[in-house]
Design a binder for this molecule. Structure first.
Ligand code: NAP
Length: 260
């Protein structure tokens, strides 16, 4: 009998921040593996552009305009997604912003709270609604589910001038480990993904900087920027039964940067 855990036909995956960058790379791979896909983004224009790509992949696709920092919007959107798609098996809380300051001394409370609102509270609202759905389903006799959060290398490496961002990314690792322990009894797994330096809109300024490329990217052992499609594999793995005994872990995907 063939080993086919990566065939995701019949499953539904929801990716927040799935209309661009790393999230779209994950959504595309999930759809190519056969999963129906739900993407969330705060911009209708970005959602429409992503739909144009995902709609060609032969699975059901739903794009919802949701600001993840808005608790009521997240609650309503998750409920709507479950009704529209019948169930949600995998939820990846990936939406994020990277607001820094010229120095920590100059970091305002507005910058601090904006990072917290989107990256930490947004992940909290998203994961909590995912858990509510998955636990209710398990209590009705259908256990299982996979939750992932996109953290960052910034959670474990000193991210100068980005202390607020780094705090949110450390926070989501602590949160996801607690979720993993609490929900294992329902068959729900929870893991964190830590990207290194990835070429997306978020890093456009650094990509354009000669100094950054010479001093930082030259030190990446794989010798290039990461790309959104480099996150397809981990998304499919975590959505699949191949990871059924894998929970509470952190996946560092950085081309080897952190170990060099
Ligand atoms: P990106 O290209 O800027 O994409 C950010 C995504 O998040 C977009 O889909 C955006 O959609 C969505 N988003 C932002 N604010 C939102 C909100 N309030 N509500 C809903 N959606 C929102 O960034 P990326 O590099 O792909 O980042 C994805 C994740 O990876 C983030 O959590 C980021 O912190 C993390 N990460 C990135 C890197 C990197 O080097 N790029 C490294 C480590 C970690 P809309 O435009 O529609 O709002």
């Amino acid at each position: 009998m063939a080993y086919e855990p990566f065939n995701l036909k019949g499953k539904v995956a929801l990716v927040t921040g799935g209309n661009r960058g790393i999230g779209l790379g994950m959504a595309r791979a999930l759809a190519q593996a056969g999963s129906d896909v739900v993407i969330w983004g705060s911009s209708a224009t970005h959602n429409l552009a992503a739909l144009g790509q995902l709609d060609t992949l032969g699975v059901r696709v739903l794009a919802q305009q949701v600001d993840v920092s808005d608790e009521a919007a997240v609650v309503a959107a998750m409920a709507e997604a479950v009704v529209a798609m019948g169930r949600v098996d995998t939820v990846i809380a990936n939406a994020g912003i990277g607001a820094g300051a010229r120095s920590f001394s100059e970091m305002t409370v507005e910058i601090w709270r904006r990072n917290m609102a989107v990256n930490l509270e947004g992940a909290f609202f998203t994961c909590r609604e995912a858990c509510r759905h998955m636990v209710a389903r398990a209590q009705a006799g259908d256990p299982g589910g996979s939750i992932a959060v996109t953290s960052s290398l910034a959670a474990i490496d000193g991210a100068a001038r980005n202390e607020a961002y780094a705090a949110t990314k450390g926070g989501v690792i602590a949160m996801i480990k607690a979720i993993a322990v609490e929900h294992a009894r329902w068959g729900v797994r929870a893991n964190a993904i830590l990207p290194g330096w990835i070429a997306t809109d978020m890093t456009a300024g650094s990509q354009a900087s000669t100094v950054f490329n010479e001093k930082v990217i030259s030190r990446v052992p794989i010798r290039r920027w990461g790309e959104p499609e480099d996150f397809g594999g981990i998304a499919v793995y975590l959505a699949s039964s191949a990871s059924k005994y894998h929970t509470g872990d952190t996946f560092l995907i950085d081309g080897g940067y952190a170990i060099f």
